[in-house]
Structure formats: structure tokens, C-alpha cells
Write a protein that binds this ligand. Structure first.
Ligand code: ASP
Length: 661
């Protein structure tokens, strides 16, 4: 098809902006054909641009035949320039912003054709792999267009917010040295320094601390971070952080700053954040919600019922009561008729889930139409029932579930089932935005594999001032001045007040098994910096992808990233990662550099008349080779370099006759 040229055609309006007020005006529009429909004597075409959709129409009987022919040649996703007059529609479409009007076509240019798409853009059920392979088409879909624009809006607002608050924006290196954030590094081999590697930043943690030592006091960066981890729905190998660091601050100051940002961000999606956000210690979060990122949209809390079973005949629970806190019985109550009527089969399924989470079973008690039913009913006296009701806050019908074991075990089971069942029974207010700060995280945790303590946040986090003494005596009990911002059950970000003196930093390194020599080799510059007047400082980083995901109401960060990787850490559109040729690997010193340079030359000698016998021939060849190997490079006629496979990499003739290599 012969294409029309754009020439100096310019749009007069954005498609989505046209309203009844424009009736009678001649307009020029640009965009993609969403679809064409031939209805009797009328041909309709929906034209889409970034700002919306508008209906174009031509009447077979009155339109110019050339225009009509062109219009009929148009297929979905053709790129068009259209001219026409805005007119009130006869049958209006209330579901469309421009549904009151249509454009009576007077001119049409076909700027480009489009092959049939691999999937219809309106289809909600297209497999993600196909969508990601053709991401450039997928991104034409309204929902993704909306998400990308929202992301851009959010980033701009964030930049302005920090600027307004006197922050300086920095760019820190992508090629850097490994910083331990607890994940695996992406490494970049150095061509210039054989055998040495840069690490892509897991975060700019130490750079931003250095900038505090340099006296900038307020640092911000919207930066890309890289972590080579097994992926989950809300993780990507590269992701974006809003990274913040400040000098002379307490955690409350950082929290207040970030709360202010959330208050400004929420109206982007007609939500509201009310500061200050609630604070919950890590210990309480685990105790009441079984999670360090509790979803407060569901109000149900886990309760400890261990003591109710002291002296009980129910051995499983009594044993926990006798264990002096080693094991506990914890439970939670889901109110409502539906929960009270949960069937045997449903409870069996729930039990399977609980087992997958590490529980032995799932003791339950439910109050339904027929009163109490329970997996341990014969042990529930009227008195115990009354006590359970008081402790678990049981009113009316509903379902109580229990877990017995160590705190970790019972938190894992009940934390997960709390969310699952709250969703099932509609006990989560999905329209709400519930922010909170989780504070007082433990500083360290014991790593069974490595048989040493590791930092829960990172090793630059300050111990809680009240627990400093514990760092040497009982490191596992030491709290950190570390805080996470949580929204609707997602960790939006986290940070800490940092260690700002070299002595405490060295002690911290020692505690996590990094000796003095290793500390110097890896973090010498940090220890130096801390000894040259480092101010007290702290900060945090927010996950921008996750934040935008929640603002957009999505449940997968890939929906708010233009070109995300799959869960297998692959880009299906560009097919990265991909193999590279051996030469590149060799340059980067990643394959054994087996090239060898040989001297080459020719030695002429006369053979005896009548030929030489095999033994003599061998001897002559030996002499010739010996001569060549004894020559200096100048005397040989050439040098040739071969790789390990015998391929010629380089060849040069030095003197004498020319060699064809
Ligand atoms: N660098 C930390 C992280 O990426 C955030 C911080 O402590 O500021 O989690």
C-alpha cells in the first residue's frame, strides 16, 4: 500500500479531549485505528492516541469516494491522520469520555499499515509470556498506558518533594564495589584489569553515607539497584529505589519526611494518607499479625491462649503450656456467619495449607448455627469456651484456628492464614490504604548455614543505644534503630540510623565474623571516612516499583515496569541474556586465554638425488624445525597467533617472501 506522508499535518486536539463543546469545529487528529466497523451505509472508526479514543464516521452515500476507499482499506492499528468536523452523536456512549460526539470525516491519511497483531489489545486473558515478547504492543493497552503515566507522575512528584525539602540529587556509580545488602551481586568483568570485577550496586548505601561525610546533609536519588535473587511477584533483578540519606537526624525525622511524601502521593490515585502513621515494634507485629509487614486493612489479631490449656487433658496444647515459653498455643478468630459455617471439606483444605506452612495440623473451633464444633471439642469445657471467647474476642458466629509450636512456626502459619481467610471472608477492606512503621527490628540474626550472625538490615545499621552492651554479650537480642514502611501488607521500604563512628563499625564487623583484615580490604574507605568527622546520619530507601504497583492497584510489579524481566530473569522481547561470542569472552578474560604465537618460516634444503629414505626425511625435518625454533623473530619470516582451537587470530610477515596465512 502506498503510504501518505505526515508532511506538515499537525493535530489540533488530543482525541480524548473532544467534547460536545467542540461541535461544529473542524479538527485534525492523529493516532492508531482501534477498529473499523461497517454498519450499513456508515463506516465507523475508533481512533486512539495517548489521551483517549474518539469515533470517526463516514457516510457511504455522501462521502468523497476516494476518502471512502481509503477508509475501507484501514485495518486495526493502522496509523492515521484524520480531518473532520465534530458533531453530536445520535446514539451516545456513556462509557466513553468522548461518547457524546463523533467526527464526520473530511480527510484521511494512512501514515502506516500494521500487520495483524499477535493478540487483540482488548483481550484481558492474554498469556504474560506473549505480552512480554511483544511488550511494545502490550504497552499500547490502556491499563499499561495508565500505569506508565502514573509512574511518571509519581516520580516527578517525588523529585519535587525532595527538592522542596532542600535535598540534593545525586548519581552514584553503577560500576562499583560490592555492598552487602544480603543478596547475590551482578558482576561485571573488567577488561582492563584481568580477573577483577565491578559489582552492580545492590543499593547506593555506602555512597550515600560517604556523601554525608562530605557534608551534603540531604541526599536523594531515584536509582536503579541490582540483586541477583530468585524472583517473586514483587521482585525484579533490577528495580528502582527512592534512596534517601540525611545528617543530624533521628528516625522520627526521617519517618516524618516520608509520611509527608506519602500524604502528597496518595491523592494521585484519589487515596488519602493520614500522618503520623502508626508505629509497631517488630516484636508486636510478629506477635499480633505473625508478620513483619502486617496488613492492617484486616483488623484481626493473633492471640496467645497457651495459659488456658495449663492442666488441660488435651495433651498437644498442655505440653506447650508446660514448655515454659519454648512452645506456645496461639489462635485467631474470624467472625461471621460464613466463617462459622466453614465446611469440613474446606477445613481439610485449610489444614493442608497449614501443613505446607509447617504446621502439624490445624486445630479449630467454630461457632455456627448449631453451636460449637471443634477438632478438640471433648476437651472444651464450658469454662474453657468462655475463656477462649474472652481472649480471642469471640462474639457470635465465626471460626477460630490455632497453631502450636515455636514462635517462628506459629507466626508463619497464623500470619499466612490470617490474610488468606480474611480475604475469603471479606474481612479486608480492599479500598483502604493502611500505612504503618515497623520499628525496633533485631540487629542480627543467626545464619545456620554460615554458623555466624548476619545483619538483618545491613551491617552499617546502628544498634539500639539501649542495647549496645548486648552486642558483645548477646548479639541476637540486640535491637537495631531500623524501620520499615509498610502499606497494605507490603514492605514499601526500609532504612536505619547508621553507625557513624569507626570503633562501633569495627565492633559490628567483628560481631558478624568480618575480621580486621577483611574489613580493611572491603570497607577500608568506610572506616577511614568514619574517622574523619562523620556526622550522625540515617536514611531509607523506598521501592518505587512496589509503591507505584500499590498506587496503581496492581498486584504484580511487572505491570508498572515498561520492560520487565520474567520470573526466570529474562527479557522476552530482546531475548536477554544471550550468549556472546568467544572473542568478547576472551577480551574479558572469561575464557582461558590459550592463544599462542608461533614463529613461521621456510628452510630450504636440497634433497639427495634419487630421493631420501623415510629415516633421512625425518632427520631433515627435525633439522629444519630446529633451525626455525632457534631463529630470532627478526630472522623468521613471519609470526602467527592461533587460539586454542587453532584459528588464526593474528598474522604478520616480518621479512623475506610473503606468506599467505
Ligand atoms: N540501602 C538500604 C536498602 O536498600 C536502604 C537504607 O538502609 O537506606 O534496603
Amino acid at each position: 500500500m502506498k503510504l501518505d506522508r505526515l508532511g506538515d499535518f499537525q493535530r489540533t486536539h488530543r482525541n480524548g479531549d473532544l467534547r460536545l463543546d467542540h461541535a461544529g469545529q473542524t479538527v485534525r487528529l492523529l493516532g492508531w485505528c482501534r477498529r473499523v466497523r461497517n454498519l450499513g451505509s456508515l463506516v465507523f472508526l475508533d481512533l486512539r492516541d495517548r489521551w483517549g479514543l474518539v469515533q470517526l464516521v463516514a457516510n457511504e452515500e455522501t462521502a468523497d469516494p476516494e476518502l471512502l476507499a481509503k477508509l475501507k482499506a484501514v485495518r486495526s492499528e493502522f496509523v492515521l491522520a484524520a480531518e473532520g468536523v465534530v458533531a453530536e452523536r445520535e446514539s451516545k456512549n456513556p462509557n466513553m469520555a468522548t461518547g457524546d460526539i463523533e467526527i464526520r470525516l473530511t480527510g484521511l491519511k494512512i501514515l502506516n499499515t500494521a500487520a495483524p497483531l499477535p493478540f487483540p489489545l482488548e483481550d484481558e486473558g492474554v498469556g504474560e509470556d506473549l505480552r512480554l515478547t511483544y511488550r511494545f504492543l502490550d504497552l499500547r493497552r490502556e491499563q499499561l498506558q495508565r500505569n506508565m503515566v502514573l509512574r511518571s507522575e509519581a516520580s516527578n512528584l517525588i523529585r519535587n518533594y525532595f527538592r522542596k525539602n532542600d535535598f540534593v540529587e545525586f548519581e552514584t556509580p553503577i560500576l562499583g564495589k560490592s555492598t552487602p545488602e544480603g543478596a547475590r551481586d551482578y558482576l561485571v568483568p573488567s577488561r582492563v584489569h584481568a580477573g577483577e570485577f565491578f559489582a552492580l550496586p545492590q543499593s547506593p548505601q555506602l555512597y550515600k553515607q560517604m556523601l554525608q561525610v562530605s557534608g551534603f546533609e540531604r541526599y536523594v536519588q531515584i536509582c536503579r539497584c541490582f540483586r541477583d535473587e530468585d524472583l517473586r511477584a514483587d521482585r525484579q533483578p533490577e528495580f528502582t529505589q527512592v534512596d534517601v540519606e540525611m545528617s543530624f537526624v533521628r528516625q522520627e525525622d526521617i519517618q516524618a519526611l516520608i509520611e509527608g511524601l506519602m500524604v502528597e502521593l496518595c491523592p494521585l490515585v484519589d487515596q488519602q494518607a493520614v500522618a503520623p502513621f502508626p508505629r509497631l515494634t517488630y516484636k508486636d507485629a510478629m506477635e499480633w499479625y505473625g508478620s513483619d509487614k502486617p496488613d492492617l486493612r484486616c483488623k484481626i489479631k493473633i492471640q496467645d491462649v497457651t495459659s488456658l490449656f495449663a492442666g488441660s487433658e488435651f495433651n498437644l496444647f498442655r505440653a506447650a503450656a508446660d514448655s515454659q515459653g519454648q512452645r506456645r498455643v496461639r489462635g485467631l478468630f474470624l467472625p461471621g456467619e460464613a466463617a462459622g459455617a466453614y465446611s469440613r471439606k474446606q477445613l481439610d483444605e485449610l489444614q493442608e495449607t497449614a501443613k505446607k506452612l509447617g504446621a502439624g495440623g490445624l486445630p479449630y473451633a467454630k461457632w455456627g448455627k448449631d453451636g460449637l464444633a471443634s477438632s478438640f471439642k471433648k476437651f472444651i469445657s464450658a469454662e474453657l469456651e468462655a475463656e477462649l471467647k474472652t481472649t480471642l474476642g469471640i462474639h457470635g458466629e465465626g471460626l477460630a484456628i490455632f497453631a502450636v509450636g515455636t514462635d517462628d512456626q506459629t507466626s508463619r502459619v497464623l500470619g499466612d492464614l490470617r490474610l488468606r481467610l480474611a480475604r475469603t471472608f471479606g474481612l479486608t477492606d480492599t479500598s483502604a490504604f493502611e500505612f504503618l512503621w515497623v520499628v525496633d527490628f533485631p540487629l542480627l540474626q543467626w545464619d545456620e548455614d554460615e554458623q555466624r550472625f548476619v545483619a538483618c538490615h545491613h551491617p552499617f545499621t546502628s544498634p539500639h543505644p539501649d542495647d549496645l552492651g548486648l552486642l558483645e554479650s548477646n548479639p541476637g537480642a540486640c535491637r537495631a534503630v531500623a524501620y520499615d514502611l509498610v502499606l497494605n501488607g507490603y514492605e514499601l521500604g526500609g532504612g536505619s540510623i547508621r553507625i557513624h563512628d569507626a570503633e562501633t563499625q569495627s565492633l559490628m564487623f567483628r560481631t558478624i565474623g568480618i575480621g580486621e583484615a577483611e574489613a580493611r580490604a572491603k570497607f577500608g574507605y568506610l572506616l577511614d571516612a568514619l574517622s574523619f568527622g562523620a556526622p550522625p546520619h540515617g536514611g531509607l530507601a523506598l521501592g518505587l516499583d512496589r509503591l507505584v504497583m500499590l498506587l496503581a492497584g496492581e498486584d504484580n510489579i511487572r505491570e508498572v515496569i515498561a520492560f520487565p524481566k520474567t520470573a526466570q530473569a529474562r527479557c522476552l522481547m530482546t531475548d536477554a541474556p544471550s550468549p556472546v561470542d568467544e572473542r568478547q569472552l576472551r577480551e574479558l578474560h572469561l575464557v582461558q586465554d590459550a592463544k599462542q604465537t608461533y614463529r613461521v618460516g621456510a628452510v630450504f634444503f636440497e634433497s639427495a638425488e634419487g630421493g631420501v629414505d623415510a629415516a633421512k626425511r625425518g632427520e631433515l625435518r627435525g633439522q629444519a624445525l630446529q633451525q626455525i625454533s632457534q631463529m630470532t623473530p627478526k630472522q623468521t619470516q613471519g609470526l602467527v597467533t592461533l587460539d586454542a582451537q587453532g584459528q588464526i587470530l593474528d598474522a604478520q610477515t616480518l621479512s623475506g617472501p610473503t606468506f599467505e596465512f
